[in-house]
Write a protein that binds this ligand. Structure first.
Ligand SMILES: Nc1ncnc2c1ncn2[C@@H]1O[C@H](COP(=O)(O)OP(=O)(O)OP(=O)(O)O)[C@@H](O)[C@H]1O
Ligand SMILES: O=C(O)[C@H](O)COP(=O)(O)O
Length: 407
């Protein structure tokens, strides 16, 4: 797949539509943004374009209709202004007459942010690039632009209008975030970079199981270390009795129904490690117990497991870490995830970290050596990419580039 970059198209003194993903966690009570890492991630792309005299129109979504985090993008524009160090005009419209008038009259080198693109019903339709290229959103906006840049890796798994509709009607490329994500994650599929270690934790058990099944099928992982609820799933699949309380937790979150699939993965000889001990909570106190003798609610992996997992980390060339080992919202269950993160950063391996909770942990570690670690902006998109599934937004860029090369 050919993904054109900004070096291939190098827009100057043009008007460019840039799809970014600044969908950020919002406090349900106050409506305020809780984290701005995705906003900060796009600054490099925007600055590079404005420095070449381009008028930059930004488009993004925030949340989903009906969810508490489904809001307008006004506060996002203020943070973009802060990190860009220049004015960002927020337009409370997406494709109506006001938006088109402001785009038409914008100055070269200026930045304009359209409102939440999911305010437009067409955006929520999953359809092909060709179908979306004929949508009102694309037909209303395309005439104003010489080019389109997709920098929204974290939404690349959605075949929605603003992600796949423009590349068939405008010269298009990946932005710097998209480019970095794809090249960093491509290492995972590179044969020479071995051994590859995947550390899979967290609470999105079905997603993680889907990745593990793909990793095993494609023989991509030399070893898979489990934590979080995914570890409990595989412990049950291995026949361990985790006790009634934990089985009830697993039942409640729909994990027990996945045991047959997990067992099938184990019986295929997959290189999966499960914890040998867990941190459990019993009557408000925390205990470390062997996996074969659990008497409390599992909240984290134990220190013996951290020691074993760290020995695998020391030998790894590529380490992919997604989802925490424990309930890291509670300081008592954060140490295991933090230790494995630090050991990975100090190892000889190249670390790829994904998922909101792990990014919050890594945020506290200060500046990182980009040649050693890649912090992905993606959640679901990262999972699907690692699962070897094709991302519609990348496919649309590839189609656009092939069309352009034919001319
Ligand atoms: N043993 C456990 N029991 C219950 N919940 C757990 C356990 N271990 C981890 N979790 C929960 O997993 C959640 C994080 O999982 P998740 O899969 O969302 O990871 P993430 O890094 O945030 O990825 P994404 O950004 O895709 O959501 C946390 O809320 C944490 O409390
Ligand atoms: O946060 C994410 O995973 C991306 O912004 C995609 O959001 P979505 O799952 O609402 O499409």
């Amino acid at each position: 797949m050919n993904i054109p970059t900004m070096d291939d198209l190098n827009f100057t003194d043009s008007k460019v539509l840039v799809r970014i993903d600044i969908n950020s966690p919002i406090d349900a009570k106050t409506g305020k943004l809780l984290d701005d890492s995705r906003i900060r991630a796009h600054i490099e792309t925007i600055k590079e374009l404005t420095s070449k005299g381009n008028g930059v129109v930004l488009v993004s979504h925030q949340g989903r209709p009906g969810d508490s985090d489904f809001t307008d993008l006004e506060q996002h524009s203020k943070l973009l202004e802060k990190y860009l160090g220049m004015e960002v005009e927020f337009v409370g419209d997406v494709m109506g007459p006001y938006a088109r008038e402001r785009i038409k009259n914008m100055k070269s080198g200026s930045v304009l942010l359209l409102d939440n693109v999911r305010f437009v019903s067409e955006e929520l339709i999953e359809a092909s690039p060709l179908q979306h290229s004929k949508s009102f959103l694309i037909r209303r906006l395309q005439p104003f632009f010489q080019g389109y840049i997709n920098d929204a890796f974290a939404t690349a798994h959605r075949s929605q209008a603003s992600l796949v509709g423009f590349p068939l009607v405008l010269k298009s490329s990946a932005g710097r975030v998209m480019e970095k994500e794809v090249s960093a994650l491509a290492k995972v599929f590179n044969e020479e970079e071995s051994p590859k270690l995947f550390i899979m934790g967290g609470g999105k058990v079905l997603d993680s199981l889907r990745i593990i099944e793909n990793l095993v099928k494609r023989r991509l992982a030399d070893r898979i270390l489990t934590g979080g609820l995914i570890a409990e799933l595989f412990a049950v699949a291995k026949g361990l009795d985790l006790g009634k309380e934990n089985l009830q937790v697993l039942e409640k979150v729909g994990v027990l129904s996945l045991v047959p699939r997990a067992r099938k993965v184990l019986l295929s000889g997959a290189p999966i490690e499960i914890p040998v001990d867990f941190k459990v909570e019993r009557e408000g106190k925390v205990y470390e117990e062997p996996a074969s003798k659990i008497n409390g609610v599992i909240k984290d992996v134990g220190s013996t497991t951290v020691g074993i997992y760290s020995s695998f980390i020391r030998d790894a060339k590529i380490i992919v870490m997604r989802g925490p080992m424990g309930v890291i919202e509670d300081e008592r269950f954060r140490e295991s995830s933090r230790s494995l993160l630090m050991n990975s950063l100090e190892s000889q391996g190249y670390l790829i970290v994904g998922g909101g909770h792990m990014i919050s942990l890594i945020g506290g570690l200060g500046s990182l050596d980009n040649s050693k670690v890649h912090v992905s902006t993606g959640g679901g998109a990262l999972l699907l990419f690692l699962a070897g599934e094709r991302l519609p937004a990348l496919e649309a860029l590839d189609m656009s580039f092939r069309e352009m090369l034919k001319k």
